[in-house]
Design a protein around this ligand. Structure first.
Ligand SMILES: *Cc1c(COP(=O)(O)O)cnc(C)c1O
Length: 369
């Protein structure tokens, strides 16, 4: 396996320092590892200014494990969750709630439209049974940005609870617990923090965790139990992903040295602009209007030319050193290019060159839809 650049929503291209941090074997019972966990959790809470009311509960597994743990632990069995739906990760939340036997009301939006706070407001006004709203901040299936602050204000005004899937935005887009009321904010090690995958985490209100004892449907995904055990012993329940935590420690150190959230957002915005400019010059059309596009991942329409085939296109761009990502939309043929990871605008310009060379090599003439 050569080291191709990953232009995907995770796993991502990581810095050499982050990979090097995985050269050490940690004992899960050892005090030094407990300190490592505690310091990582402390820093994750601080990134969103949530020290006053929230704790970070880490969880083994990919991001979806943490989403399922948060919903299963923090939503009472009698709860009802409003799920605004403008993409595949919203639909995954609805599916999880179905598996958990929690009532859900799915509110559909077009895949190229942001979730509308007015419609959330109307639903909360007319349906008093809704206890929670579960929102995806950046819908990674298209790259669309949902208006988290405005939706949070509506949910708070109705006295309901907010659970946010901030998987692909945490660390890059501004989120501030001092101005946004949420019960839980869910993310993972291997996205905008640029660690390696393997650990999810939930920034959850302490009073909500405290009141959630015995509510989970699952032992392994019981966030309240994980939290209590961690507080009591400093240890994870069950084998922790030690190397992942060690890599995340270094990734967060790098994040802070590089200037934190503002600097990360600026770099990703530069990546996204270089990608959009270059791809437009080649004739590719982005799926989203610019004002709805988060600088995380960009969806492009597939060329309508009969010479285009995603499998071929992917393989040839891969041979030139860049890993693209397939589309995730049902209505239209698309592919995606990620802007996140330890890459800069020059990397994206080289990726555009590789895509241009591939287009010529494959004899693709009609590029715009
Ligand atoms: C990556 C991601 C997830 C989690 O996906 P996993 O494959 O389980 O890591 C959840 N929600 C969003 C918005 C994501 O981008």
């Amino acid at each position: 396996m050569s080291d191709a650049v990953l232009l995907t929503p995770g796993p991502l291209t990581t810095e050499a320092e982050v990979k090097a941090a995985m050269q050490v074997d940690w004992g899960s019972w050892d005090g030094a590892f407990n300190d490592l966990t505690a310091s990582v959790c402390r820093d994750l809470v601080a990134i969103v200014g949530a020290e006053r009311d929230h704790d970070c509960v880490p969880l083994q597994g990919s991001g979806t494990f943490a989403v399922e743990a948060a919903l299963g632990t923090l939503v009472p069995r009698s709860g009802k969750v409003l799920v605004p739906d403008n993409g595949a990760y919203c639909q995954r939340i609805a599916r999880i709630l179905g598996c958990l036997g929690r009532e859900a009301r799915v509110m559909p939006f077009a895949e190229d439209a942001a979730v509308d706070p007015d419609r959330i407001d109307a639903a909360l006004s007319t349906d008093p049974a809704i206890t929670h709203v579960a929102l995806v901040h950046c819908e990674t299936s298209t790259g669309i940005l949902n208006p988290l602050e405005a939706i949070g204000a509506v949910v708070a005004a109705h006295g309901r609870r907010l659970i946010v899937d901030a998987m692909s935005s945490f660390g890059a887009l501004p989120i501030d617990a001092r101005t946004l009321a949420f019960d839980a904010l869910i993310a993972a090690s291997g996205k905008c923090l640029e660690g390696v995958p393997g650990m999810g985490f939930v920034i959850a209100r302490r009073d909500v965790l405290d009141g959630s004892t015995g509510q989970a449907h699952s032992l392994a995904l019981d966030l309240a139990d994980q939290w209590q055990y961690l507080r009591r012993t400093g240890q994870w329940r069950f084998t922790p992903p030690t190397h992942v935590v060690a890599a995340l420690r270094v990734a967060i150190d790098r994040y802070r040295t590089q200037g934190g959230q503002a600097a990360r957002l600026a770099r990703y915005a530069g990546n996204c602009a270089a990608l959009l400019d270059g791809m437009r010059a080649l004739g590719f059309a982005p799926f989203l209007p610019r004002h709805l596009q988060a600088p995380i991942i960009v969806t492009f329409h597939s060329p309508p030319d009969p010479a285009y085939d995603f499998g071929q296109f992917y393989r040839r761009v891969r041979e030139r050193g860049f890993v693209l990502y397939p589309g995730k939309l049902t209505r239209v043929e698309t592919f995606r290019v990620g802007c996140i990871g330890a890459i800069d605008a020059a990397t994206l310009r080289r990726a555009v060159e590789a895509i241009g060379a591939t287009v010529r090599e494959m004899g693709i003439r009609r590029i715009a839809p």
